[in-house]
Design a protein around this ligand. Structure first.
Ligand code: GLC
Length: 478
C-alpha cells in the first residue's frame, strides 16, 4: 500500500507541537505492517533541513490564482527517519525559519493560505504527473485539508478523484478560515460546488476537508464526541458522523525510552527507576536552583489558552505562597502576557519555582524524567502526548478530564487508577487535584506503586497503527 501523508510538520524536521510527533512516528510503525508510508511536507529553513542532503526527483510549474509558481520535490537521501521523506521546495514561501509564526514579528505569516495552498498543489501535481501512484492520501489538519476537494473537484487533477482520502483532525481550534473570495486561488472547478468550501460565510479549509474526505479521524475517541457536541463546526461533525472515527495516538517508544534516552542524566528501567529518577531530579534541581527534597510538579507545553496555561500563575502562586513544601517548574513559550507573569514569579519565588520560557526538546526529556508530577489543565485536548511521555517515565499525570486525557488517564480514586484527574476548569478544582498529588507523594509506598503501574502501561503505536491499517484497507478495497 502506497500511503502518502501530507503534513505541515514532522519531527524532527520541523516541530511546533504534537502533530509533528505523530507524523514523525506513525509512518515508521505502519511500515512494520507492510505499508509503504511516506511523508510529504514543505521545505522550511530549519536546522534539520540544513543538516541533511536531498535529491530533486521531480520539478514543475503549477498555477496559483492568476499566476503560477515553480516547485521541486526533494527526497531525503538517507531515509534517516525510517521512512521516505519528501520536501516540497517552493522558494519564497517556505524558506523561512518559522513554521507558522514569523519569529521576528511573533505573528503568523501574511500569505498563510498561499503557503499551504501552494504546498498542496505542488504535492498533488507531483503525485498526479509522476509514477508515484498513491493508494491513499492521509491529510493532517487544516493545512492539507483542501486536498480532498481539489482532487475531486478541480479539473486539473482529473483522474485522482478515486484515490481515498483520510483527514485526521489533531487540532480543530485552527481551521484555516479566510474571506470567501479566496476560492479564486484554486485551480478551476465547477462553481456550483463552491459551497463545499464555505462554512458560516467564510472560506474554511477544515470544513471543506470534513465535507469532501472519505474518512475523518480524530486523535482520540472522546475528542470526536466533544467535537460533535460543541464548537462552531459541531453541526458539521455531527452530520458527518457516519464517516468519522476516533483513533488514539501512540507515542514513539524509541524516542521516548528512559532506558536509552540520551538527554537524561541517568537512564533507568522499571527496576531502577526509584534511585535513578532521583538522580535526574537532583540534576534538574541543581540546574534550576530547586530543592530535590520537595515534590516537583512540572508543566511542559505551549502557553496557550486551549492548554489552560492561563490557570497556572495563580494556581502555582497559591501553593508557593502557602506553608507547603513543593516546587514547580515550567517549560514553554506562547502568550506574551503569560511570559511576563512567569518572569515575575521567577524573581518572586527563587528556589521554589522556575519558568524556562523556551522551546527546548532535550530539556523536556529531562523534565519528564526528573519530575514527580506533570500537570495538564487543558481546556481542550484532542489527544495529548505529554501525559503518555510522562507515564512512560514514571511521572504521575495530573490532568483535566477532557479529550484524549480522559481516554488515557484513570484517577487513583477509581479501581486500578493511576493518575490524578479533575473535571471543572476552575482554580478550585485544579488546586484540589494538586493537593491530592501532594498527599500521594507523602505516601511513598502508594507513590511507588503508582509509578510502577504507569511505567508498565503500553502507549506504543501497536494498537492504533493496526486501527489505521484496517481503515486504509477498508477504504482502498471499497
Ligand atoms: C495537537 C493536539 C494534541 C495532540 C497532537 C497530536 O497538538 O493539541 O492534543 O496530541 O495534536 O495529535
Amino acid at each position: 500500500m502506497n500511503i502518502i501523508h501530507l503534513s505541515a510538520e514532522c519531527y524532527p524536521v520541523a516541530k511546533a507541537g504534537g502533530l509533528a510527533d505523530v507524523v514523525g512516528s506513525l509512518p515508521k510503525y505502519m511500515r512494520n505492517n507492510d505499508v509503504d508510508a511516506k511523508v510529504v511536507m514543505p521545505k522550511y529553513a530549519t536546522e534539520w533541513v540544513q543538516e541533511h542532503e536531498f535529491e530533486t526527483i521531480f520539478e514543475g510549474d503549477t498555477p496559483l490564482g492568476e499566476g503560477q509558481f515553480h516547485y521541486k520535490i526533494q527526497r531525503e537521501k538517507e531515509d534517516s527517519l525510517g521512512f521516505p521523506l519528501y520536501l516540497v521546495d517552493i522558494p519564497e514561501r517556505f524558506d523561512r525559519p518559522g513554521i507558522y509564526i514569523d519569529p521576528y514579528s511573533g505573528h503568523g505569516y501574511w500569505d498563510e493560505l498561499e503557503r499551504y495552498l501552494s504546498f498542496q498543489l505542488a504535492s498533488l501535481d507531483w503525485l498526479h504527473y509522476s509514477e508515484e501512484d498513491p493508494d491513499l492520501l492521509h491529510c493532517h489538519d487544516h493545512h492539507t485539508a483542501l486536498v480532498p476537494f481539489i482532487i475531486t473537484r478541480c479539473y486539473r487533477y482529473r483522474g485522482m478523484e478515486n484515490i481515498p482520502t483520510v483527514l485526521t483532525v489533531h487540532n480543530a481550534e485552527y481551521q484555516g478560515e479566510y474571506d470567501r473570495e479566496v476560492y479564486s486561488l484554486l485551480p478551476s472547478f465547477n462553481l456550483s460546488e463552491v459551497g463545499l468550501l464555505d462554512w458560516d460565510g467564510k472560506f474554511n479549509c477544515l470544513a471543506a476537508g470534513i465535507k469532501c474526505c472519505w474518512k475523518i479521524t480524530t486523535v482520540s475517541p472522546s475528542y470526536m464526541e466533544e467535537l460533535s457536541q460543541n464548537g462552531d463546526l459541531s453541526l458539521l461533525y455531527h452530520a458527518e458522523r457516519h464517516k468519522s472515527v476516533g483513533i488514539l495516538n501512540g507515542i514513539d517508544t524509541e524516542v521516548w525510552n528512559p532506558k536509552t534516552d540520551p538527554y537524561l542524566e541517568k537512564n533507568y528501567t522499571l527496576k531502577t527507576h526509584r534511585k535513578s529518577k532521583l538522580e535526574n531530579k537532583e540534576a534538574l534541581c541543581d540546574q534550576f536552583d530547586l530543592n530535590p527534597e520537595y515534590p516537583l510538579i512540572s508543566y511542559i507545553g505551549r502557553l496557550a489558552r486551549e492548554k489552560g496555561a492561563d490557570l497556572l500563575p495563580d494556581l502555582f502562586s497559591h501553593f508557593l505562597g502557602s506553608e507547603q513544601s513543593v516546587n514547580f517548574m515550567l517549560l514553554g513559550t506562547g502568550d506574551r502576557g503569560l511570559h511576563e507573569r512567569f518572569r515575575q514569579m521567577n524573581s518572586r519565588f527563587v528556589g521554589f519555582f522556575d519558568a524556562a520560557l523556551d522551546y527546548n526538546e532535550s530539556l523536556a526529556h529531562l523534565i519528564y524524567a526528573a519530575s514527580d508530577f506533570i500537570i495538564m489543565p487543558s481546556r481542550v485536548e484532542p489527544c495529548g502526548l505529554n501525559q503518555m511521555y510522562s507515564m512512560r517515565y514514571g511521572t504521575v499525570p495530573i490532568v483535566r478530564k477532557v479529550g484524549g486525557l480522559k481516554d488515557t488517564v484513570k484517577d487513583i480514586g477509581e479501581e486500578d487508577g493511576y493518575g490524578i484527574t479533575f473535571y471543572d476548569f476552575t482554580h478550585h478544582a485544579a488546586a484540589d487535584a494538586i493537593q491530592r498529588s501532594l498527599s500521594l507523594y507523602e505516601d511513598s509506598k502508594g507513590m511507588n506503586s503508582v509509578r510502577k503501574t504507569i511505567m508498565r502501561l503500553d502507549f506504543s503505536w501497536k494498537t492504533s497503527a493496526n486501527k489505521y491499517l484496517e481503515l486504509y484497507r477498508e477504504l482502498i478495497n471499497d
